[in-house]
Design a protein around this ligand. Structure first.
Ligand SMILES: Nc1ncnc2c1ncn2[C@@H]1O[C@H](COP(=O)(O)OP(=O)(O)O)[C@@H](O)[C@H]1O
Ligand SMILES: [Mg+2]
Length: 165
């Protein structure tokens, strides 16, 4: 099915969409985030974390740390692969994390993972839509969400019902 598209006008919008998506995620699911620096990947993560019952203020953009785990009603693992060069991520550790099914795993710069076996996931792409498109404010973004794996499809269907296109 085609990706769902959604327009964000400000950071709070992106966080809110993250929160709606977060409420639909099941333990064990993976959410990949793709988009240029400053597009709002971490803002989206903040919304997901809120929906998972993570304490406010814990989500940050890690500089040297590539993986952080936040305790919550649903634990959240947050990976940022911006500086990932291919060898710096422990693949066994990642496979264990995904297999454990304990919480949700959110991965910024997901494309740098270079593929991973996923059965339940969503891919969120964020693009600048204002300045670069020649109109509107600098805060405009277009988010598109597509499924990765069969369970992602049902999440996307529910999401369409809740926020429309
Ligand atoms: N519509 C929007 N959605 C998300 N962030 C926005 C938006 N408009 C402006 N911003 C700003 O862009 C920046 C996004 O930062 P961040 O979420 O850390 O991006 P990334 O993780 O993709 O590098 C923040 O400074 C935020 O205030
Ligand atoms: Mg970030």
């Amino acid at each position: 099915m085609a990706a769902m598209q959604w327009q964000s006008h400000c950071e709070a919008d992106t966080e809110r969409l993250g929160e709606v998506v977060g409420r639909l995620l099941a333990r064990g699911s993976v959410l990949g985030l793709v988009g240029p620096l400053g597009s709002g990947k971490t803002a989206f993560v903040r919304g997901v974390a809120r929906a998972c019952g993570v304490e406010e203020g814990l989500v940050h953009s890690p500089t040297f740390v590539t993986a952080t785990q936040y305790p919550g009603a649903v634990p959240v693992a947050h990976l940022d692969l911006y500086r990932h060069e291919g060898e710096s991520l422990d693949r066994d550790w990642l496979a264990e994390l995904l297999d454990s099914g304990e919480g949700v795993t959110l991965i910024e710069w997901f494309e740098r993972l270079g593929g991973a076996p996923l059965s339940d996931g969503l891919l969120v792409r964020i693009e600048y839509a204002g300045r670069d498109a020649g109109s509107g404010s600098d805060d405009e973004r277009v988010l598109s969400i597509e499924e990765m794996g069969p369970r992602g499809t049902s999440v996307l269907d529910q999401l369409r019902g809740q926020v429309g296109e």
